[in-house]
Design a binder for this molecule. Structure first.
Ligand SMILES: C[S@@+](CC[C@H](N)C(=O)[O-])C[C@H]1O[C@@H](n2cnc3c(N)ncnc32)[C@H](O)[C@@H]1O
Length: 423
């Protein structure tokens, strides 16, 4: 029997998800050549010009790091950029079904790997906390399955503003912690269903315990280096002050490892050490594209060098690169298209259950529009991909040492990458 039918007993999400005409970030490809939206001299632009004047041109990676996560002025640090009033929309904000199916994925992996007595759910870049909320609702609905499992939630988030919104979405109570309080977390709390929840600035701070990791639209905001092929070979692209136009930046060419590499290696080492799995969902390609660096502001493409700090910056994830970085330590699956992954996870059954339960025409229309946006190949269905990192034993048989006391499970197909098999 499908687990989706059982989970279908749950209510529709309290906060109705409004759909669409907004922009999701995988929709267009550009290299910052669109006309300038405005030429505001932002505090971030002043900061960058000062920096470049003092120490010379900066790499695209450094530019992204400053613009997005500078603790004083970074784009992600003090604003809610998601949704109607923000700059873009993401799958969990479109439909509750998305997070519910991911919740089922984690339970399915937990069962397939021997039902450990405890696990941490670690989400990287949790946005408004909507995805974690939908996953937690599934955990509650399947409480009878998880009842003897000690679950804790760990959120890795640099944004003060978003961590506050996540706490409002997820926590019954939250306690900010002083720096130097002896805890690597900067905030702790308890979810509405009584699960401990902690916030960290870096994955390195999360306890190294048996964990399931989730990264949705996270890797694409990590700084990238940009290279261009020239007659003298490959040269890195830098950002410099434009000498012709005052208060303007420009790309220049100059005569190398990315933060994504550091994150993937840390995830791989952790999974190899403690077991668990990582599910990475993002827009991207399998090594087939080159220049995908672009900006978004108010649901429109935005020149990446104009008014820095006011727009989101992103680059498609190269999954072939993540696979190469993880190689050896852990096994990888995918990328598979979002359409295939959600179909395998039973999105059609879940949609039917929700439609059957709802007699509100606007809610039904919203569910159908959300489904179309997630699944239609012309929308997010083919642009977004799912990619998983798993211990080698998960794919090739044998159970992890932490589960040695439990009966040894035979390797079952990994849900989403094959059809969901509910045992
Ligand atoms: C594009 S949003 C995706 C939000 C959410 N996962 C979703 O799909 O709705 C990126 C998220 O990553 C966070 N973030 C960006 N850079 C980060 C970093 N270096 N470390 C931790 N979180 C980061 C942002 O604050 C935000 O929560």
């Amino acid at each position: 029997m499908s687990v989706l039918a059982r989970a279908g007993a749950g209510p529709l999400s309290a906060a109705a998800r409004a759909v669409v005409p907004w922009l999701w970030r995988g929709k267009y490809f550009s290299s910052g050549k669109e006309p300038a939206e405005n030429s505001l001299v932002t505090p971030m632009l002043r900061h960058l010009m000062y920096k470049i004047k003092s120490t010379g041109p900066i790499t695209v990676a450094e530019y992204m790091r400053e613009v997005l996560t500078n603790p004083a002025k970074g784009y992600y640090v003090y604003r809610d950029m998601l949704g109607e009033k923000g700059d873009f929309i993401t799958s969990p904000e479109i439909s509750q079904i998305f997070g519910e199916l991911l919740g089922i994925w984690f339970i399915s992996e937990w069962m397939a790997t021997g039902k450990s007595a405890a696990f941490q759910l670690v989400e990287l870049g949790p946005g408004r906390g909507t995805l974690a909320g939908d996953i937690l609702r599934v955990f509650s609905q399947l409480g009878s399955v998880l009842k003897n499992c000690d679950i804790s939630i760990h959120l890795v988030e640099v944004s003060q503003k978003l961590s506050e919104i996540q706490a409002l979405t997820l926590a019954e109570e939250k306690i900010p912690l002083e720096r130097n309080a002896g805890s690597p977390a900067y905030m702790k709390g308890v979810t509405k269903s009584g699960i401990p929840i902690s916030w960290y600035r870096d994955l390195q701070d999360v306890p190294k315990e048996y964990s399931f990791y989730l990264a949705h639209e996270f890797f694409d905001v990590l700084p990238v280096h940009k290279f261009q092929k020239t007659s003298q070979g490959w040269r890195e692209v830098f950002i410099d002050i434009d000498p012709q136009v005052s208060d303007k930046l420009r790309f220049v060419l100059a005569p190398r490892a990315t933060p994504a590499e550091a994150f993937i290696q840390e995830l791989s080492q952790r999974i190899a050490l403690t077991g668990g799995a990582a599910l990475i969902a993002d827009y991207g390609h399998d090594g087939t594209k080159t220049d995908t660096f672009r900006g978004f502001c108010g649901h429109k493409l935005h020149d990446v060098l104009i008014a820095p700090g006011t727009a989101d910056l992103t680059a498609d994830v190269d999954f072939s690169y993540l696979r190469r970085m993880a190689q050896g330590k852990v096994a990888s699956l995918g990328p598979v298209k979002q359409q295939t992954f959600l179909k395998n996870m039973g999105i059609d059954v879940r949609l039917k259950v929700l439609l059957d339960k709802s007699d509100d025409p606007s809610m039904r229309q919203q569910l159908l529009q959300g489904y179309d946006m997630l699944m239609n190949p012309k929308q997010m269905g083919e642009r977004f991909n799912f990619f998983a990192l798993l211990p080698h034993q998960r794919l090739h048989g044998g159970s992890h040492q932490m589960n040695a006391r439990q009966s040894k499970p035979s390797p079952s197909p990994v849900a989403g990458f094959g059809e969901l098999v509910w045992r």
